[in-house]
Design a protein around this ligand. Structure first.
Ligand code: KG4
Ligand code: ZN
Length: 426
């Protein structure tokens, strides 16, 4: 079964095409194409993601990225040119698009791109379209959903909504040790006017790990910090979340205070690693670990960020050593808090597995700290590959593939963007 995944919940426009695979009864996906166009360079100048700018970029880039994905998957075929037929098709297309709410007024860029390219190609052999319905930035989500709806209507391909957080869980369950096919075209790129991403070759197929249940999922990104209990496949209970800033947001804000570029996570991490490697003694800076001992599974990160702000004001001129020391102490405080609450969730749920995903899962200090804790707790750890930690569409296609396999479909009367969708509603 061939599945098209579409992800536009934040500042990455992503398209993936996967085929389902099975080896010795274990289910997996074969990546035919996996395209990610990051808008980070564009948002960097504003120090964060601007929803309407993100939407415009998705609208501009979805169609070219989709064509590129089809081409990489060797599924791009030009439709035979026939003026009469094309004209009728245009009016059919126009009516379909208007019926689902894509018109020149609401989605001018998407409308224009769709019309100029999609009628020129043959219907590809795609069996299912999966699109992120939330959580995320609603204007950005809508563009992906409208595009998915349009393809679904025009080519009569079934459409399924996927929860972005469930996607992150599946990204963490892709078994990196089992690669069963040749290299596909797999690209990750920086923002460019037209998508011409550099190509990074990866092995193409992944089996999906079956964690021992109950499992705990820790999802950490720029928008979320969540602890989810999973009693079985698709049985999610949100047991803890942040009361204020998400952990990735705190990384980004602290980076800004220290004068580092957006996104701050990798920058803070780099400075913190320098500091630890240097072995320097430092000035003994300590930051709080808010809620670390509270009797629940919730988090709070804005207090650490505020403490950094006061500290830097007090210190005045920040030398590069001081910046590194603050970055290291901030990273330690954030990671210690995440590890402590995760450990409490694992113990109290008697969990056998820990699944970790989301952009902040790329943090090496967090990865090594969680690994150590899981070894001590005798818990299996499933953590996403760094390349699959940040937003991508492979995770959306994989979640849809697995739902198909288990015949657990997301039933929805009407597909719409749900910015604050929680995983318990899936
Ligand atoms: O999952 P993601 O790509 O997008 C959201 O859904 O938010 O996560 C992006 C977040 C940003 O806040 C970024 O600073 C953070 O992940 N991040 C990191 C690292 N790499 C990305 N945070 C800490 N350490 C990293 N190495
Ligand atoms: Zn995400």
């Amino acid at each position: 079964m061939i599945i098209l995944g579409i992800e536009t919940s934040c500042d990455e426009t992503a398209i993936s095409i996967v085929d389902t695979a099975e080896i010795n009864g274990v289910f997996g996906v074969k990546i035919l194409a996996n395209e990610i166009l990051s808008q980070i360079d564009l948002h960097r100048q504003y120090g964060g993601v601007f929803p309407m700018l993100a939407k415009r970029e998705h609208a501009k880039n979805l169609v070219p990225l989709f064509l590129k994905a089809l081409s990489n998957a060797q599924m791009l075929k030009t439709a035979p040119l026939n003026t009469e037929k094309t004209e009728t098709e245009y009016s059919v297309y126009s009516n379909i698009l208007k019926n689902i709410g894509i018109d020149e007024r609401r989605e001018p860029l998407l409308w224009e791109n769709f019309f100029s390219e999609i009628p020129k190609i043959q219907k590809p052999k795609i069996d299912l379209i999966a699109v992120t319905e939330g959580p995320g930035l609603e204007p950005a989500l809508w563009t992906g959903i409208n595009f998915a709806k349009a393809l679904s209507e025009i080519w009569k391909i079934p459409l399924t909504p996927i929860n972005h957080m469930e996607g992150h869980i599946f990204a963490s369950l892709l078994n990196e040790n089992v690669q069963i096919a040749e290299s596909p075209n797999y690209t990750i790129s920086k923002q460019k006017p037209t998508p011409q991403p550099e190509t990074v070759i990866h092995n193409s197929s992944f089996l999906i790990h079956t964690p021992r249940f109950p499992a705990i999922a820790l999802l950490v990104s720029g928008g979320h910090t969540e602890l989810i209990k999973m009693d079985n496949w698709f049985k999610y209970e949100l047991i803890g979340s942040t009361r204020d800033d998400a952990v990735g947001e705190a990384f980004d804000k602290v980076a800004r205070i220290l004068g580092l570029p957006y996104p701050g996570g990798p920058e803070i991490s780099r400075l913190a690693a320098n500091w630890r490697e240097s072995g320097k003694k430092g000035t003994g800076i300590t930051l709080p670990r808010p809620m670390i001992n509270s009797d629940d599974f919730d988090f709070s990160f804005s207090g650490i960020k505020t403490a950094v702000l006061y500290l830097t004001k007090k210190l005045g001129n920040l030398t590069s050593d001081l910046k590194e020391e603050i970055a290291a102490e901030f990273e330690t405080a954030a990671v210690e808090t995440l590890v402590a609450k995760t450990k409490k969730a694992l113990t109290e749920s008697d969990a056998k597995s820990l699944i970790v995903g989301g952009g902040v899962a790329a943090n090496k200090f967090l990865r090594s700290s969680l690994k150590l804790m899981c070894e001590n707790q005798n818990v299996d750890l499933f953590i996403s590959q760094i390349a699959h930690s940040t937003d991508n569409a492979l995770m959306i296609a994989t979640a849809a593939a697995f739902r198909e396999q288990k015949q657990v479909k997301t039933e929805k009367k009407e597909m719409k963007a749900i910015g604050n969708l929680t995983i318990s509603n899936v």
